[in-house]
Design a protein around this ligand. Sequence first.
Ligand code: C2E
Ligand code: MG
Ligand code: MG
Length: 631
Amino acid sequence: MPSFSPDERPLSTGSVLTLQQRRLRQILWTVIAAFGTAALMSFSKGSYTSVSLELVAMALLGIAFRWNQRGELAKASRLMLVTLIAGLFGLMATGEGLYDEGTLAFPAILIFAGMFGNRRMLWVLMAWLQGALVLLFVLHETGVIRAAAVPVDLQRLVMMAAILAAIGFFVWLLTSDMQRTLAQLASEKEALAESHQRIDVLAHRDTLTQLPNRTLAKDRLEQLLLQARRDQCMVAALYLDLDNFKTVNDSLGHAAGDELLCLVAERLGSGLRECDTVARLSGDEFLILLGNIHTEEAVATSAARVLQLLAQPFALQGLDVVVTTSLGIAVAPRDGSDVDELLKNADMAMYRAKDSGRNAFRFFDASMNESVVEHLHMASGLRTALAQEELQVHYQPQFDLHSGRIIGAEALVRWKHPTLGFVPPGKFIPVAERTGLINEVGAWVLHRACLDARAWRQQGLGELTVAVNVSPLQFHRDSIEREVANALAACQLPASALELELTKSLLVADAHHLSEVLQRLRALGVQIAIDDFGTGYSNLGYLQRFAVHRLKIDQSFVRKICTSTHDEGIVRAIIEMAHCLGLEVVAEGVEDRPVLERLQGFGCEFGQGFHWSPALADDEFRAYVRRFQPA
Ligand code: C2E
Ligand code: MG
Ligand code: MG
């Protein structure tokens, strides 16, 4: 590596000025030293007039030195030039006039003016120097200068003036080239510095939100971990994922999605401490780093605040869009002492938060590791499950509580895994939703259920309906209506024999799109039910906005209807409310006769549950119907 002495550093950005200042300082030193030497020599010769002239020149140069130090470069160089010309002229006039060695300094003055001044200064100086020559000639002629050995003639003056003019012209050419090169160099340096800065931003910042990106976030986490080790405190990494970002993107468009991400970034930035870091890792994933933490409660408080901050509606394209967030938290040193481990564990905890119903935060715990391995197995297994025909649809009979007859069945998917055995849908449906496989699984179940329902009718089991669960994610694709229509047509099943159950929560941002899709499905003649009513985001808004026929009361309330007055109250209220809105009610999870009787008393129309039967394979279901209600 080359090393530079302080005065030989290469040019840095905007440093042409600094370089000129440095050079002027060096020149001033040299000129002061030259005048000093001249003063000593004059003193030794006893020519005291020269000594005093030289001392005055040195004093003026000293002032120029001060000005240069203060950055007043133009003023300093002008003073130096005037001093030089006046000093030289004085010395030459008191010395040997046009024969004086002072003329040797004239080109140096011109070069200096070319370097430091502008074109005008060069020509002004040239005029002064020519004037000085003429004046010296006049002084010779008038006999003021007598020291010269040989008298001067006009020819000598003209020669000297011509040489000086030629030198001036060369200096002008040279220095204007040099100044142009310097200016070009400086602007190139500036451009280079700017592009370095841009590269730095690109490498460390997310271009959409301007938040630190993954690289910078990891860097900051590394620093926080080092500091935490020194200060004996904790660091928390909060992995944040927007629960329904895809919905916003799909329903309102990518521009709205981008806008939402920027708003989220802004809100996160405003709601955290100055010293905390918010980074965007990818898509809708953000990372929050909290340093200098002493208790887990402090982390939990911050996490709760983040959830609350983001739960406020976002104004997007004239709509109030509500998004919820899942947060996974890993705390160092407990959950890992290096960056990658901590991020991995926070990510894992985030998935757990999603599984637990979303809009929640979860701290990492070691048992999550095992379930993640299981999740990975499941995700890859599920891909082949469809092709290998490992999925099956079972049917749970549904009853009319008034007549006691079977009116149809709910189709419930089953996965017979070659090594894990029967995997419950509660385990693999969330995996399918996360991996996007739910669309294929859903379409397959729909087709299978329609085929089987058609067969029931053909085999004289009666006008049974089939209820198929549909994940909210399937509604985000516009193909759902086509899929339903195709399945009905392919299986020759009347639309009235099919019911779609909307499972779990649907985003508020979906409302418009969803209600349109539901209207069109309803127009096909398909029945619509809201599943698991009473849990999650179930609210009256759904019922008013969407064209639904039925409500399914969640089994968690139904099961305790005889033991908990609270749950009994809820079930009763749901039934009454549904009736007021002209909707029918299906109670799920009816496990015994007292529950059934209580539901009948409340006027509930339909029911399903272990009191009658669990979900059965297709052939078992047919046998059950034949046994239960012979044609
Ligand atoms: P769900 O739609 O609410 O289905 C009812 C669940 O309750 C079923 O569990 C059923 O076996 C169970 N169940 C029925 N009667 C009783 C009872 O008396 N007592 C008790 N304890 N449980 C009862 P399953 O089959 O494990 O399904 C769980 C969830 O998985 C379903 O809840 C549904 O949300 C989802 N699911 C099942 N099949 C599909 C599907 O094809 N597509 C989608 N998207 N989701 C599905
Ligand atoms: Mg259901
Ligand atoms: Mg349900």
